[in-house]
Design a protein around this ligand. Structure first.
Ligand SMILES: [Zn+2]
Ligand SMILES: [Zn+2]
Length: 185
């Protein structure tokens, strides 16, 4: 395995944090999250639950059943970042605060390469690859406006927390999808 220096957690949800401490312990990597997520990531406070929309409660319950019994080890040390911070990789990776999926959700934008990581602010359908608003949001209205915010960024390649990346003209695909949810972009 190549040297892993940094693990950026886009938000506190278990499917994103679950293996972080294990990988950090194996590699010595730094764990990074938004300041609003860090206490949840460290396990100091419980994460706020999502506001369920149609069909989301069974989806969430089935996902939670996949968690290991007794939980998982949590990173004790988390480097806290906020909107506009630039991480030293990929020619400069800018932290983009995208609240709504969770309060401290972030994306990462690498303008030099036209690459965007959205976390769960945006997702791709597992069925047809279409670009969608993330599910299990704590605040849907904020999530829609964050969708617009990340869609406005100049990006050619977009990677999601869930679903295959969009590799061609991704920014345009995101803007079209964000508008279909009413985002002003
Ligand atoms: Zn999530
Ligand atoms: Zn997720």
């Amino acid at each position: 395995m190549g040297r892993v220096r940094r693990i950026v957690l886009t938000h506190f949800h278990e499917d994103h944090v679950g293996g972080a401490q294990e990988v950090a312990a194996l590699t010595g990597a730094e764990v990074v999250a938004h300041g609003l997520e860090a206490p949840v990531v460290r396990g100091e406070v419980p994460g706020p639950p999502p506001m369920y929309e149609d069909g989301e409660r069974p989806l969430h319950e089935s996902a939670l059943r996949l968690l290991p019994r007794g939980g998982f080890d949590r990173p004790a040390r988390v480097t806290e970042v906020s909107d506009g911070d630039v991480l030293d990789f990929g020619g400069g990776a800018r932290v983009v605060h995208a609240p709504g999926h969770t309060d401290g959700s972030v994306g990462l934008h690498l303008p030099r390469h036209g690459v965007l990581f959205t976390g769960d602010a945006v997702a791709a359908s597992p069925f047809d690859g279409s670009v969608l608003l993330g599910v299990l949001n704590t605040d849907r209205d904020r999530a829609v406006s964050s969708f617009g915010r990340v869609a406005a960024l100049d990006s050619e390649l977009v990677c999601f927390g869930h679903g295959d990346p969009v590799t061609v003209r991704a920014g345009a695909a995101l803007r079209e999808a964000a508008r279909s949810y009413g985002a002003d972009v």
